[in-house]
Ligand binder design. Sequence first.
Ligand SMILES: Cc1cc2nc3c(=O)[nH]c(=O)nc-3n(C[C@H](O)[C@H](O)[C@H](O)COP(=O)(O)O)c2cc1C
Length: 215
Amino acid sequence: MTKTSEKIEKIYPEGYTPCEDVNTEDPNVRNQLLHLIMSSTAEDVIDTDLFSVMEKRRSTRQFLDKRVEPSKVDKLLAAADTAPTAGNFQGFEIFYVKDPKKKEQLVAACNNQPYVNAPVVLVFCKNPARVKLDFPERILKKFAIQDATLAAAYSQLAAQALGLSSIWIGMLDEDKVKEIIGTDLVPSSLLCIGYPKKKKIPKPRRNLKDLVHVA
Ligand SMILES: Cc1cc2nc3c(=O)[nH]c(=O)nc-3n(C[C@H](O)[C@H](O)[C@H](O)COP(=O)(O)O)c2cc1C
């Protein structure tokens, strides 16, 4: 099936069309697309063992100058979209930053962290207005930050499963990031993704007795 411009306008954002195609007549089109993306091109996926993915994931601040395949970008975005959200209202947005100039500006907006200029840059923003639950605004804001954070975490694990690596960026100037990506929504984190220059061993963690508190 060819992707007509009308169809692209209807369901895909300008500048991003997934490799997989869907039947727009299907009312459940997004789930159909998610299924196609998540189950497609098995050679993309390096590790399908969730626990091994979790154990091996390490932050990367040095990326190879190598393009991330579009089918992998599809999976990174789809993974975020499978995360649970409060009331399933999806109180977050993803900004897929493709413009090299904007990526450079984001370095400055993130405390001059050079690795922010990575092959794939995703900005996760909170969108509490989407959360149509009858709770006070502060609760909706709390839900939105959790929604955005979970979505980014799902992408981060997907990156590892795809043989990629990532760095989570929380040190950001919210106003500067908003201006660069052109939104009023508050960013919660950036996820910068690419092929790692080096594979690293896991970092040490606390002893369980310090981490787990039985109540
Ligand atoms: C909320 C949060 C904020 C973070 N912000 C940054 C950041 O701004 N810059 C950075 O280099 N790493 C940042 N990191 C990555 C952490 O430094 C990293 O996850 C931690 O050192 C553990 O290492 P690991 O991810 O390799 O296990 C952040 C991680 C989290 C979860």
